[in-house]
Ligand binder design. Structure first.
Ligand code: 26W
Length: 808
């Protein structure tokens, strides 16, 4: 199975350096060597990918197409070497050639083509799709700039552009001969020809979509899939007549217009901004994708009539929802089908995953914008909406429900309803979330077609998030569960439960955590100059900054602890370090204020001698995949404290659990299923349940009452008003919690309602930590029972229940 011996790798790397840079290994620097490594592995994967496609064609297999505006891939070198089974050889070859493997890996930029959970999920699923030998491809945009780099300057977030492509592009294989043309704007001309109405789009602009392929090797297989990233280019060459007249900017105008489409990833997470560029991005990548799939299908089968039997398009949230009208367009305008046949094929090809219930994240496009940018797609969408509404009217005979399920209403196109109408399946991403979709968010649509609605609980790539990033724990697992078996059968982790009373195993586990903490502390010192005390509890909350995720609740508790310490310097016996990592969307002012607050508090505590060796807060700059990879193995407490009912699933929670951290959390998202397997005794649950949270809101929640009733809470909130030693005050956040602002409700996410329960949970946690035997036993149970959260399990469920494709 090994792709290379050490010697073969050395030769291949030397040859690559020579051909690409005209340098020998002695002359080359780290960056050139990194590129050479990527190119050598890319060649090997490209070969396997060709074989995989050949076999798929030969056996006429059904293919899965995973469309997502985000793939948060992170780094690839170590991962690809690992999956190709050449990681030890690669390290050896590098050392032989005079390089430090660790330095080379560390030099690789993250491919940050995503915001958070939804994008990372897509990346984890690509790994499982290949490993499970499912013929599949991912599709997205080849953004020039991924998610911004975060710097903290005077406590505040500053965004810097992330140009990852310098070295990162070594993984990409451009295929200009497979370019597609994408049409925007213009007008429609209709005419009859041999008994058919033809519609052509005239005028407007055309943008070229150029595929740049990134190969995705599976583990323990030669099966290799492709992530196809579309780059945007103008089809028109630079206008030389303008150029020679000295009008340089005008001459390159078309080019600039086209290229802006693939320029930058939208950094909003769970909040939409109805910007025309975003709609163009969506149609650009959807149209290129559907055209290329249809083209290949036609070449293979000579017809599109059986398209749905050989293809399934899984769409990651509503962002690629335009596949529905776009596939209709191709079937009707290009293949000449009648509406009903086209609709049958479309509604048997597309499946939709929902990832959020937040109202502000549900995509809605103004009709005018839609119509102007996509005239033909608009026409088709109107017809889909008309027919769907007729079906709804006949089913409900109730105007309120017809309004609720409509695709177009009040001049607005609602993408979720389009996906429900045009998809064969709608799934949520945890048991609780899928129930909320059925009973609440999509209840009317669900009454009409209950068979469409289902659940697939999220999963993570356990080979990356355990084996690769936590080698010490990996060896322990191997020793106790029969070697590397768990890599292909994550459920084998369960065997660890048998060692819960084994003192030696528990000590080894504690030792691993300790070493990982020391490693992380050394890294933090080097990168950010912060000193982390490895004797302290590492209590971690890392995720996008959003009010519903309640980083602010975490902060309120820390302030309470700090104030207790003021009164009684002996109040804390166990040193406690709180770690935060979070990017805020650049336009999300409140989220940015919370980042500032965390840094103000960190600074205050840092300068107060009372806190020394007792209490610490650190904000980790620029949280991203590669930082998570270092942090997860070193974490002891995982903060998963969203307002119940709001976090669709969470996947960070799973990464922590798999690395032996204990969860302090609410019964939200996949925490519920973690609790199902762990029980009360192996996690620290607290707070309102999702139905209770809904009831509290219904019955008229008044946060001020809690403030007036609870002296601890009162004092904590007053500290926000005063601020800390840096002189910044947080009266705005105080106002928001107690009175609301800009017409919004006070304390929308019920922080005050859960405050006391949260403090109690943290107290239980700290008490348990004081009993290492108990703690390590719980930690072991967490690892043992994390197998169900492997992406392999999730992808098999998609394959069996939604895609109907075979797998390993
Ligand atoms: C249009 C702006 C926008 C961008 C991204 C709206 C919504 C999104 C995503 C749906 C937000 C997201 O990443 N959701 C997360 O998806 C994860 C994977 O399913 C879940 O684990 C998280 O709970 C959910 O917040």
């Amino acid at each position: 199975m090994t792709a290379f011996t050490t010697k073969e790798l050395e030769d291949a790397l030397t040859a690559k350096l020579m051909v690409n840079f005209g340098k020998t290994a002695e002359e080359a620097g780290d960056a050139e060597m990194l590129r050479a490594c990527a190119l050598v592995l890319r060649d090997a994967m490209a070969l396997r990918s060709v074989e995989t496609r050949k076999e798929t064609r030969r056996e006429k297999k059904k293919k899965v197409h995973y469309l997502s505006l985000e793939f948060l891939m992170g780094r690839s070198l170590q991962k690809n070497a690992y999956n190709l089974g050449v990681l030890p050889q690669m390290k050896e070859a590098l050392e032989h050639l005079g390089f430090q493997a660790g330095d080379i890996f560390e030099l690789e930029p993250d491919a940050g083509l995503g915001n958070g959970g939804l994008g990372r999920l897509a990346a984890c699923y690509l790994d499982s799709l290949s490993t499970l030998e499912i013929p599949a491809a991912g599709y997205s945009i080849c953004y020039d700039l991924g998610i911004f780099k975060q710097k903290i300057v005077e406590g505040q977030q500053v965004e810097l552009p992330d140009s990852w492509k310098g070295i990162g592009s070594a993984w990409l294989l451009p295929k200009p001969e497979e370019a597609q043309q994408i049409r925007f704007g213009g007008t429609l001309r209709e005419f009859w020809d041999d008994g058919h109405l033809h519609i052509v789009q005239e005028g407007g602009t055309t943008v070229l979509a150029i595929p740049c392929d990134m190969e995705i090797a599976g583990y323990n297989t030669r099966h290799t899939n492709t992530l196809r990233l579309w780059d945007a280019k103008s089809p028109k060459p630079v206008d030389m007549s303008l150029y020679s007249k000295g009008e340089y900017f005008k001459a390159t105008e078309d080019e600039a217009m086209a290229e802006v489409i693939a320029k930058v990833l939208y950094p909003e997470d769970n909040h939409i901004e109805g910007k025309s560029l975003r709609l163009k991005q969506q149609y650009f990548f959807v149209s290129a994708t559907v055209q290329s799939i249809a083209e290949k299908h036609l070449a293979e089968f000579g017809t599109l009539v059986n398209f749905h039997e050989k293809n399934v398009l899984q769409i990651n949230d509503t962002h690629p929802a335009l596949v529905i009208p776009e596939l209709m367009r191709i079937l009707i305008d290009d293949a000449g089908m009648e509406w009903d046949q086209a609709w049958f094929i479309t509604t048997h090809s597309v499946a939709y995953t929902n990832h959020t219930v937040l109202a502000e994240a549900l995509e809605k496009w103004p009709q005018d914008l839609f119509q102007q940018i996509l005239p033909r797609i608009w026409q088709i969408t109107v017809e889909i909406a008309r027919r769907w509404q007729e079906t709804c009217e006949n089913f409900f005979h109730d105007m309120e429900k017809v309004r609720d399920t409509a695709v177009i209403w009040d001049g607005v196109v609602r993408m979720a309803n389009l996906c429900i109408a045009g998809g064969m399946s709608v799934n949520g991403v945890s048991a609780l979330h899928s129930e909320i979709l059925k009973k609440d968010v999509f209840k009317n649509a669900c009454a009409m077609e209950p068979q469409k609605f289902t659940n697939v609980t999220n999963g993570i790539d356990h080979r990356r998030w355990l084996a690769e990033i936590n080698p010490r724990l990996h060896s322990l697992v191997c020793d106790l569960t029969g070697g590397e078996r768990y890599l292909m059968e994550p459920e084998a982790l369960k065997q660890l439960d048998d060692y819960a009373a084994d003192r030696e195993v528990l000590i080894r586990l504690a030792d691993i955590k300790r070493k990982n903490k020391e490693d992380f502390a050394a890294y933090a010192k080097k990168q950010q100059g912060v000193f982390l005390n490895p004797d302290a509890i590492f209590d971690v909350q890392v995720k996008r900054l959003h009010e519903y995720k309640r980083q602010l609740l975490n902060v309120l508790h820390i302030i309470a602890l700090y104030q207790r310490l003021q009164d009684d310097p002996a109040a804390i016996t166990q040193p406690h370090t709180f770690l935060f990592g979070a990017k805020a969307a650049p336009g999300y002012a409140v989220a940015k204020r919370i980042i500032h607050l965390i840094n103000s508090l960190a600074d205050q505590i840092d300068h107060d001698p009372i806190c020394e060796d007792k209490l610490q807060v650190a904000f980790l700059e620029n949280y991203r995949v590669s930082l998570a990879e270092r942090l997860m193995p070193a974490s002891e407490v995982s903060q998963q404290i969203s307002t119940a009912g709001k976090e669709a699933s969470g996947t960070g929670n799973m990464k922590f659990m798999m690395n032996g951290a204990l969860t302090v959390g609410t019964l939200d998202g996949a925490n519920v299923e973690m609790h199902d397997v762990l029980g009360d005794e192996n996690m620290f649950l607290f707070g309102l349940r999702s139905d209770e949270a809904a009831a509290v809101r219904r019955e008229g929640y008044v946060s001020q009452r809690l403030y007036n009733r609870d002296p601890v809470l009162h004092r904590v909130l007053d500290a926000l008003k005063t601020g800390f030693r840096d002189g910044v005050n947080y009266e705005d956040l105080y106002q928001r919690l107690l009175f609301g602002d800009r017409g919004g409700p006070a304390d929308e996410y019920l922080l005050l309602a859960d405050f006391q329960a949260y403090c109690d949970a943290e107290k239980r946690m700290a008490q348990t930590y004081a009993d290492p035997a108990k703690w390590n036993e719980m930690s072991l149970h967490n690892i043992a029972r994390s197998g169900i959260f492997a992406a392999d399990r999730a992808v098999r469920q998609y394959a069996d229940n939604i895609w109907h494709v075979p797998h390993r």
